[in-house]
Design a protein around this ligand. Structure first.
Ligand code: BGP
Length: 476
C-alpha cells in the first residue's frame, strides 16, 4: 500500500515545456542554443550564436509560458496532487551575474504557483534542469569554474526567500549524475570544450568534467544548508538519473562490471549528497581516469553539512553489462548498454523493465534509508491525434500501469516512497533528440518537430486512466 498523503503528480522542465525563450526579460540558456535532431541525426551545440538553417525547438517548446492557466486547469482535472516543474535560471538571472533578479521572471512563477495552489496542487521545483545561462557557458566554461558555485547559491537564495510561502519541495540539480558521462558536459555542466559541436560526440576532458561535477555538488550542499537555515519546513532532494544495469550472465567478471557501474554511475553522486562524502570506491575511479580533483577541507565540511532530506530519481529502462564486447548494444536514457534478451524495447530502443524499478527502489532504500520520490518515469512514443480529438495511448497506459504496480510492490517490500510524478504532464521537447514527436504527456499538444501546429491541447486516454488511479490511491 502507498501512504495516504502520497504525492501523485506529473513532471516537466522549463526548457522543454515553456517556450517564450526571449519573453519576460529571460536570457538565453544552453537549451536555447541546442539545435533539433532526430533518432538518426544528433543535435548540435552552437553556444556563441544562432545559426541560419538550424531550428532551436526549446525556444517554442509547448508554449506553456502562454498556456499555463489552461494547462494547470487540465492537471487539476486529472486530479494531480503535485506538479514537478523547474524554474528557468535565465528568467530570474538572465545572464547569471546580475546584481538583482529579473522581476518579470519572479512574477511569472508567482503566477504559476498561485494557479497551482488555487487548484490544490503542490509544486515540486527543480532549481536547475539542463537550462543554465549561456553567458556562464561562454564566460566560465560552465561549472568547470569554481566561481559558478556562488552564482548558483545567489540564484537559489533568491528562490528560497522569494517563493518561501509557495514552495516546500525543492530539487537542486536534475539528474546531477549526468555529469558522470561525457554527454553531461554541455547539457548538465555547461561545458563546451574546443572542438565540441555534436551533442552526442562532445570533446571530453574527464578531469575538468569531474571537477565541475564536484563544484555542482558543493553548490547543492550549500543550498541545502541555506534552505534549512531559512525555513525548517523546506524539504530538499537530490535528483539522480538511475541507469540500472544487470550482469548479462553469471560470469563473475560480468558481475564485477555490474557492481562497478552501479558505483560509478548510480551511487557516485547519491553517496555524496545523502551521506555527505564520496564513496570509498571514488579514488579508484579517479585513478583509472588519471584525474586529480581539487577537493578542499572546506568543501568536505560543506558536503557533510548539506545532505538532502529525500532522494528523487528518474527511471525509464534498464540495460545489461558484459565483460566481453561481442554483444548487441541498445539505447537508454543518457547511457546505452547490452540488450537484455528477456525485455522488449520502446520505439526509441529503450528496454522496458517494471520489475527493474522494484529492484532499484529496494537497492536505493536499502542503501540510503531516506524517503524516495520517483520524479520521472514514462514512455516516449509517437501518438496519433484522431479526427475526433482522441488519442488512444494504450501502450503508455500499459507502461505506467506496470511501473505503478512495481512501485506499490516496492512499497510493500518496505520502501518509503513519498511521490510519483511521471514524465510528462504534457507533451514536451525531448532532451536527447529535440523532437516533439517523442511524446510523453498525458496531454497532447498539437505541434510538430518544427514548432508548427495549433498548440491546442487534447486529453489522451492515459489522462482519464491516471485520474482513476489517483482517486483510489493506486488501489485499482
Ligand atoms: C531525462 C530528463 C528529462 C527528459 C527525459 C526523457 O534525462 O531529465 O528532461 O528529457 O530524460 O528523455 P528524452 O527527452 O531524451 O526522451
Amino acid at each position: 500500500m502507498l501512504r495516504k498523503d502520497f504525492l501523485w503528480g506529473a513532471a516537466t522542465a522549463a526548457n522543454q515545456v515553456e517556450g517564450g525563450y526571449a519573453e519576460g526579460g529571460k536570457g538565453l540558456s544552453c537549451a536555447d542554443m541546442l539545435s533539433s535532431g532526430t533518432k538518426e541525426r544528433p543535435r548540435e551545440i552552437t553556444p556563441l550564436k544562432t545559426e541560419e538553417g538550424l531550428y532551436y525547438p526549446n525556444r517554442t517548446a509547448s508554449d506553456f509560458y502562454h498556456h499555463y492557466k489552461e494547462d494547470i486547469a487540465l492537471m487539476a482535472e486529472m486530479g494531480l496532487k503535485a506538479y514537478r516543474m523547474s524554474i528557468a535560471w535565465t528568467r530570474i538571472y538572465p545572464n547569471g551575474e546580475e546584481e538583482t533578479p529579473n522581476e518579470e521572471g519572479l512574477r511569472f512563477y508567482d503566477d504559476v504557483f498561485d494557479e497551482l495552489h488555487r487548484h490544490g496542487i503542490e509544486p515540486i521545483v527543480t532549481m536547475s534542469h539542463y537550462e543554465m545561462p549561456i553567458n556562464l557557458v561562454n564566460k566560465y566554461n560552465g561549472w568547470s569554474d569554481r566561481r559558478v558555485i556562488d552564482l548558483f547559491v545567489k540564484y537559489a537564495r533568491t528562490l528560497l526567500t522569494h517563493f518561501g510561502g509557495k514552495v516546500k519541495y525543492w530539487l537542486t540539480f536534475n539528474e546531477i549524475n549526468c555529469g558522470c558521462l561525457p554527454l553531461g558536459n554541455y547539457m548538465s555542466l555547461g561545458i563546451v570544450n574546443k572542438g565540441t559541436r555534436s551533442f552526442l560526440k562532445q570533446v571530453d576532458i574527464p578531469e575538468l568534467r569531474y571537477q565541475a561535477l564536484h563544484h555542482q555538488m558543493v553548490a547543492s550542499a550549500k543550498v541545502v544548508k541555506l534552505a534549512h537555515e531559512l525555513n525548517k519546513d523546506y524539504k530538499i532532494g537530490c535528483m539522480i538519473a538511475l541507469m540500472p544495469v544487470y550482469p548479462l550472465t553469471s560470469h563473475p567478471l560480468d558481475v564485477l562490471k555490474y557492481q562497478k557501474q552501479w558505483q560509478d554511475i548510480n551511487y557516485y553522486c547519491g553517496d555524496v549528497m545523502v551521506r555527505g562524502s564520496y564513496g570509498s570506491y571514488a579514488p579508484r575511479l579517479w585513478q583509472e581516469l588519471g584525474i586529480k580533483l581539487d577537493i578542499t577541507a572546506e568543501d568536505q565540511k560543506i558536503l557533510k553539512e548539506g545532505t538532502v532530506d529525500f532522494y528523487s530519481l528518474s527511471y525509464y529502462q534498464t540495460n545489461c553489462v558484459a565483460h566481453d564486447d561481442d554483444h548487441s548494444m541498445i539505447g537508454g536514457n543518457l547511457l546505452s548498454g547490452v540488450a537484455n534478451p528477456y525485455l522488449k524495447s520502446s520505439e526509441w530502443g529503450w528496454q522496458i523493465d517494471p520489475d527493474g524499478l522494484r529492484f532499484t527502489l529496494n537497492e536505493l532504500y536499502g542503501r540510503y534509508e531516506i524517503p524516495l520520490m520517483i520524479v520521472e518515469n514514462g514512455l516516449g512514443a509517437k501518438d496519433i491525434l484522431e479526427k475526433d480529438g482522441s488519442i488512444h495511448d494504450d501502450y503508455r497506459i500499459a507502461y505506467l500501469k506496470a511501473h505503478i504496480e512495481a512501485m506499490i510492490k516496492a512499497s510493500d517490500d518496505g520502501v518509503d516512497i513519498i511521490g510519483y510524478t511521471p514524465w510528462s504532464a504534457i507533451d514536451i521537447i525531448s532532451a536527447s533528440t529535440g523532437e516533439m514527436a517523442k511524446r510523453y504527456g498525458f496531454i497532447y499538444v498539437d505541434s510538430d518537430d518544427l514548432g508548427k501546429g495549433t498548440f491546442k491541447r487534447y486529453r489522451k486516454d492515459s489522462f482519464y486512466w491516471y485520474k482513476k488511479i489517483i482517486v483510489n490511491n493506486g488501489k485499482e
